[in-house]
Design a protein around this ligand. Structure first.
Ligand code: CUA
Length: 334
């Protein structure tokens, strides 16, 4: 029957939030487990309050009138106000605070004898800059993909380049605002190697919802190797090696180099770093999968795929040149 279908649909809708790579109900680190515990306690507590209030409300319909003097009437009223309006809420709030405050504190970046590695994340409209200042051999800079070692705490230092964004990896904990001119810090840890979805969690303009990120937790060895591959020297030889890509490199220098860094060819500008673009799993800050031809498709249609992004349309570049640019950028895989 219709009611059954409606209920099934409703239950389905409610449960869609319980799975997936951005679900807080599927924690993959201690901070996230703390957060989800608060969530369950609040849900349970809220349910108890809802039931209590509903029962009281329903009881008012059937209450027998009791003859009381005005003095008694006032005393009963006072009891309700003091008990239900002051004592009960204060006790509940104190209970929830004693439970919640220590949880929040565990996510603070308190000093440790063995200080965690720092990864810097900078929010832009509408993409992510990621810097690894602790990399051996010099700082590594990349964009729209975050690799971190699993099984150890990492201190994320975040800020915004233009407006306020927020860094949020729901399965690891968080979230934390990225405020221009200020560095906010959060400590997160992934239990096991896995890929987690991340999302900008502060409205930052038209493409806020399309400001996504994949966070990949890997074993420590793999992480170190990944960083080594992204040293400027390594990336430079990658970008300049292949003779066949010479026309694409020229087009890049003409049309793209003033905004995008490709190590060995251009320095950092306003746009995302592209030095290892081909090795990323997604494109356009998490909105499409990186597969053959994806970069060319993005170059042709990026204003339709992500309207308002700061890269100008490429109507002035012919299709063959765009295709060669796309193929070259996809080949940038350490
Ligand atoms: Cu960046 Cu919302």
């Amino acid at each position: 029957n219709r009611l059954g279908i409606l209920l099934a649909l409703l239950a389905g809708l409610l449960l869609t939030g319980c799975a997936g790579d951005k679900s807080i109900l599927d924690p993959a680190g201690q901070a996230a487990r703390d957060v989800v515990m608060i969530w369950w306690v609040m849900l349970g507590f809220g349910t108890v309050v809802l039931v209590m209030v509903t029962v009281f409300w329903l009881s008012t319909f059937k209450r027998k009138e009791v003859a009381r003097t005005p003095v008694e009437e006032r005393r009963v009223a006072r009891r309700w106000i003091v008990g239900g309006g002051i004592i009960l809420p204060v006790a509940s709030i104190i209970a929830l605070l004693t439970f919640g405050v220590p949880t929040g504190q565990r996510m603070l970046t308190l000093p440790l004898s063995d200080p965690p590695e720092v990864i810097e994340v900078i929010g832009h409209q509408w993409w992510w800059e990621v810097r690894y200042p602790g990399a051996e051999g010099g700082e590594v800079v990349t964009a729209n993909q975050l690799i971190m070692p699993a099984g150890e705490p990492i201190d994320f230092h975040v800020t915004g380049a233009d407006v306020i964004h927020a860094f949020w990896v729901p399965r690891l904990g968080g979230k934390i605002d990225m405020v221009p001119g200020r560095i906010n810090k959060i400590r997160l840890e992934a239990d096991e190697p896995a890929v987690f979805g991340a999302q900008c969690a502060e409205f930052c303009g038209a493409q806020h919802a399309q400001m996504q990120l994949y966070v990949e937790a890997v074993e420590r060895d793999e992480y170190d190797a990944w960083l080594t591959d992204r040293q400027t020297d390594e990336l430079s030889s990658l970008a300049t090696n292949e003779q066949q890509h010479e026309p694409a490199r020229e087009a890049f220098m003409t049309h793209c180099a003033s905004c995008h860094r490709v190590a060995g060819l251009s320095t950092a500008g306003e746009g995302p770093d592209l030095s290892d673009l081909g090795s990323r799993t997604s494109l356009g800050a998490g909105i499409m999968a990186m597969e053959e031809g994806a970069v060319t498709h993005w170059l042709q249609h990026h204003q339709r795929l992500k309207p308002g992004n700061k890269m100008p349309p490429h109507d002035d570049i012919d299709t063959a040149t765009l295709a060669s640019l796309g193929a070259w950028l996809e080949s940038l895989t350490p």
